[in-house]
Design a protein around this ligand. Structure first.
Ligand code: DX5
Ligand code: ZN
Length: 239
């Protein structure tokens, strides 16, 4: 049996369930596979931050790194494309082993990008910066699998959580529920075992965490702690 078949569940899970997606941005890139392996037992997805130096001032990683990581883990790859021209790279990410890609609504051409991602068989995500209003997302809610509400301005790990985004998260959840949509709502930026409680209360269910995982002494325990705090908030049972 081929290795990829043997270790490829790559299942996103049921929409709306609580899920943690460690962000490799805060990992040691020289030890990437090893660090991913450390959190894999309790991680639901792996969040891969792609920065192009245009949409955001930083440059990170691209399809070759996704392809390398793909050989080491069966985790669902949640690729966050902070790029001005994602249409040029979506095929390469799909070929490299991305499972879901998320593009930013601020780059425009959203309907075409959604169609392109669907054609490639990718799970479809749409992201909004902290100051991008709900109205920009609203027309696409019934066309995507995931909405990513950035809780920091994208570009760097380790920034402070912006609580002003919470009402937008709540509005996306209310609109999805009212329309009966199976929608994942992801939050990204400054998420730790404390802020995850607030975003869960607002209606988010996928939690990206970089520094609160990989900058901790025990990244696996950190992943478990963040998820336990979210579960505690949703179920009313303290972790
Ligand atoms: C920020 C990235 C995030 C980042 C989060 O531009 O999109 O995914 O890794 O890092 P923390 O969890 O440290 O805020
Ligand atoms: Zn991200």
């Amino acid at each position: 049996m081929e290795e990829s078949t043997a270790m490829s569940p790559r299942d996103p899970g049921r929409a709306g369930e609580l899920r943690i997606a460690p962000s490799v941005l805060s990992a040691d890139f020289g030890l990437l596979a090893e660090q991913v392996g450390e959190v894999a037992p309790s991680a639901d997805w792996l969040h891969v931050d792609v920065m192009d130096g245009h949409f955001v001032p930083n440059v990170t990683i691209g399809p070759p790194v996704v392809a390398s990581l793909r050989r080491h883990t069966p985790l669902f790859f949640d690729c966050h494309l902070m790029m001005t021209e994602p249409e040029r790279y979506l095929q390469s990410f799909a070929d490299a082993g991305a499972d879901g890609c998320t593009v930013h609504v601020e780059v425009g051409e959203t309907a075409a990008l959604i169609a392109q991602m669907r054609d490639l068989g990718l799970r479809v995500g749409l992201a909004a910066n902290p100051d991008t209003p709900f109205d920009a997302l609203e027309p696409f809610l019934d066309q995507v699998d995931l909405v990513l509400c950035m809780t920091v301005f994208p570009g760097f790990g380790g920034q402070s959580f912006i609580a002003d985004v919470l009402p937008k998260v709540a509005r996306v959840r209310a609109a999805a529920d009212a329309a009966g949509l199976d929608l994942d709502i992801e939050v990204d930026g400054g998420i730790d075992e404390h802020t995850v409680v607030e975003v869960t209360r607002a209606g988010a269910n996928v939690f990206v965490a970089g520094s609160a995982v990989f900058n901790r002494e025990d990244p696996l325990a950190a992943v478990e702690g963040i998820l336990a705090a979210a579960v505690g908030e949703r179920t009313g049972v303290a972790p």
